[in-house]
Design a protein around this ligand. Structure first.
Ligand code: XMP
Length: 513
C-alpha cells in the first residue's frame, strides 16, 4: 500500500485513482497528520501531492521529518517535489517563467520512473501548473528530465529511492502519467499490483464479519441508488439474514424505481426488506412549502422519523449500515481560509447516524464511486442498477422548483422517463454523468391542434462530470433534442414547451434547486 500526503492540491484524489488503477491500495492523509499515523499505515512508498501554496512563502506546509526518515521510496509531485527539495537541503525559487497547462518534457537520463516508457533524447507531453521551481538539488539527486520553464522538471536519487516531478502525472493531460505512477508503485516501491475488486470483496466480507460478530444484527436504509444497494448486497453476503433493509418510498422517486428496489432486493437477492410507502406523509408535509432548503429539511427529517419507526418495528439492530464513499471521508486540506458558504445542504450527509446512536458499518468508505460500481458488477448486480446516474436524496422535490404536488410529480416522472429512454436508445447514457427533466412552475401559451394550450415548461438537463463538483452541459445534437421535445409534448399532458439547459457548473449547479 501507498500513502499519499495531501498538501491541498485540487487533484490529489486523482493521484489516488491512478495508484489504485495500478492495482495498489492507497489512502490520502493531510500533510499535518500525526506522524504516528504515517508510521502505522505501513506504506511501501509515499507520494507528496501538489498544493496551491508556495514553499518560498513563510510558514508554508512541510512534510513531517519522519517521511524522510522511514527509508521508504518517495515521489514528490509539483509542490511535493519542491518541499522535498527544500527539506533535504536544496533550493526553490519563484520564477518569472510560469508554466500552466501543456508543456514538453525532454528526457535527459534513464530513471526507474521512466522504465519501459521514456528514453533519453525523447520529448513527451506533460501537464504543468507551477510558478516556483527547483534551482538547486539536494545531495544525491540528478536531473533526469527538463522543460522550458523547469530545469529540474524530473529528478531522481536512486540510492535513497526519492523522485520528484514538477509536472502532474496524475492528470489526463499527461498521457503517460498513469504508467509513470504505476512504475513508482510497482518497480520502485515493490507493490504487487494485485489489489482488485475480487480481492476487495473478500477483505470487505471478512471485515464486516469481524465487526458485526456472530450474533450482531445490521439495518440498512436503501435509497434505490448505487451506493446503498451495493453496500446492502455486500453485507448480505457477509452476514445473510441478520441484515434487514428498509426502503422508505417518499413518493419522489423516478418512474418504476420503487418497484425495482423491491424486485431486486426481495425477489432476486432474498434480502429481508421492509418497503414502506410514505408518500402521503412526505407530500403532506411538503404542501405549501416553496423554499428549497426548507424542502430538504422536511424530507431529511421525515425520512429519519419513518426510518426509525420501521427499524423499531423490525426489532431494532446493533449496527446501522451506510453507503459512505471515500470522497466523503477524505479529510480535505484547504488553504482558501474563511468559512465556505452553504450552497445546498445535502441531506444524506449526516442526520441518521447521530440520531440513531448506533455503531456504523460502512463497507464502501475506502472506495471511489466507479470502484463501487465495479464492486457491484463483481457481486453480479444488474447493470441498470450499478451503472445508474446519481440521484439526489430529496429526489423530484428539488426538480420541481416551488411547491411540490403529487400531480406535478406524476407529470415530471413521465417526462423524465421519456427523456431517459431516448438517451438510452441513442446509446448516450454512460457518456453522461446525470440526465433528468425539471418541471418549471411557469405556464406558457402553445397551440395544439387547433386549440390554445396554457401548460407548464419542462427543462431538460444533462451534464458530463467526474465528481459532480464541476460539470459541463452535454452537447446533444439538435435533432435528438427536438425528437425528445416532440415526444414529451405529445405524450405528457400538462407540458407544452421543452427547453434545454446549457449552463455549466460553476456558475450553475447540476440540480435546479
Ligand atoms: P449540485 O446541484 O449541487 O449537485 O451541483 C451536485 C450533485 O449532488 C446531488 N445533489 C444532492 N444529493 N441530496 C443528495 O443526496 C441533495 O440534497 C442534493 N442536492 C444535489 C446532485 O444530484 C449532483 O449529483
Amino acid at each position: 500500500r501507498i500513502l499519499i500526503l495531501d498538501f491541498g492540491s485540487q487533484v490529489t484524489q486523482l493521484i489516488a485513482r491512478r495508484v489504485r488503477e495500478s492495482g495498489v491500495y492507497c489512502e490520502i492523509i493531510p500533510f499535518n497528520a500525526e506522524p504516528q499515523r504515517i508510521r502505522d499505515f505501513g506504506a511501501k512508498g509515499i507520494i507528496l501531492s501538489g498544493s496551491p501554496a508556495s514553499t518560498t512563502a513563510e510558514g508554508s506546509p512541510r512534510a513531517p521529518d519522519l517521511v524522510f526518515e522511514l527509508g521508504l521510496p518517495i515521489l514528490g509531485i509539483c509542490y511535493g517535489q519542491q518541499t522535498m527539495t527544500r527539506q533535504l537541503g536544496g533550493e526553490v525559487e519563484g520564477s518569472d517563467h510560469q508554466e500552466f497547462g501543456r508543456a514538453f518534457l525532454d528526457i535527459r537520463e534513464t530513471c526507474a520512473l521512466f522504465e519501459g516508457l521514456w528514453q533519453p533524447g525523447e520529448r513527451h507531453q506533460v501537464w504543468m501548473s507551477h510558478g516556483d521551481r527547483v534551482v538547486r538539488l539536494p545531495q544525491g539527486f540528478r536531473v533526469v528530465g527538463t522543460s522550458e520553464g523547469a530545469p529540474c522538471a524530473a529528478v531522481a536519487d536512486d540510492a535513497r529511492g526519492c523522485y520528484g516531478v514538477q509536472f502532474h502525472p496524475e492528470v489526463m493531460h499527461t498521457p503517460d502519467g498513469a504508467k509513470l505512477i504505476a512504475n513508482f508503485a510497482h518497480r520502485i516501491c515493490g507493490c504487487a499490483g494485485d489489489w482488485t475488486m475480487a480481492a476487495f470483496r473478500e477483505q470487505a466480507i471478512a471485515a464486516i464479519r469481524a465487526q458485526v460478530g456472530p450474533e450482531g444484527r445490521v439495518i440498512c436504509g436503501l435509497s434505490g441508488g448505487v451506493d446503498s444497494s451495493v453496500a446492502a448486497v455486500l453485507i448480505h453476503e457477509a452476514i445473510g439474514e441478520r441484515l434487514t433493509c428498509i426502503f422508505v418510498d417518499h413518493g419522489l422517486l423516478r418512474a418504476g424505481e420503487a418497484a425495482q428496489v423491491v424486485e431486486v432486493f426481495r425477489d432476486h437477492y432474498n434480502i429481508p426488506l421492509v418497503a414502506r410507502d410514505a408518500s402521503e406523509l412526505f407530500l403532506g408535509k411538503l404542501a405549501g412549502v416553496t423554499d428549497p432548503e426548507q424542502k430538504r429539511k422536511i424530507i431529511g427529517n421525515t425520512f429519519i422519523e419513518v426510518f426509525e419507526e420501521e427499524a423499531a418495528k423490525a426489532g431494532g439492530a446493533d449496527f446501522l449500515a451506510q453507503g459512505t464513499l471515500y470522497p466523503d471521508v477524505i479529510e480535505s486540506v484547504s488553504f482558501t481560509g474563511g468559512p465556505s458558504v452553504t450552497i445546498k445542504s445535502h441531506h444524506n450527509v449526516g442526520g441518521l447516524p447521530e440520531r440513531m446512536r448506533m455503531a456504523l458499518v460502512e463497507p464502501l468508505r475506502e472506495l471511489f464511486k466507479d470502484e463501487v460500481r465495479d464492486l457491484g458488477r463483481e457481486l453480479g448486480m444488474p447493470e441498470t442498477l450499478v451503472g445508474r446516474h446519481p440521484f439526489p436524496g430529496p429526489g423530484l422535490a428539488i426538480r420541481i422548483p416551488g411547491e411540490v404536488t403529487r400531480e406535478d410529480c406524476e407529470i415530471l416522472r413521465k417526462a423524465d422517463a421519456i427523456y431517459l429512454e431516448e438517451i438510452r436508445k441513442a446509446g448516450l447514457y454512460d457518456a453522461i454523468w446525470q440526465a433528468f427533466a425539471v418541471l418549471l412552475p411557469v405556464r406558457t401559451v402553445g397551440v395544439m391542434g387547433d386549440a390554445r394550450s396554457y401548460d407548464k415548461v419542462c427543462a431538460l438537463r444533462a451534464v458530463t462530470s467526474t465528481d459532480g463538483m464541476t460539470a459541463d452541459s452535454y452537447p446533444f445534437d439538435h435533432a435528438f433534442l427536438s425528437a425528445v421535445a416532440t415526444r414529451i409534448i405529445n405524450e405528457v399532458r400538462g407540458i407544452n414547451r421543452v427547453v434545454y439547459d446549457v449552463t455549466s457548473k460553476p456558475p450553475g449547479t447540476i440540480e435546479w434547486e
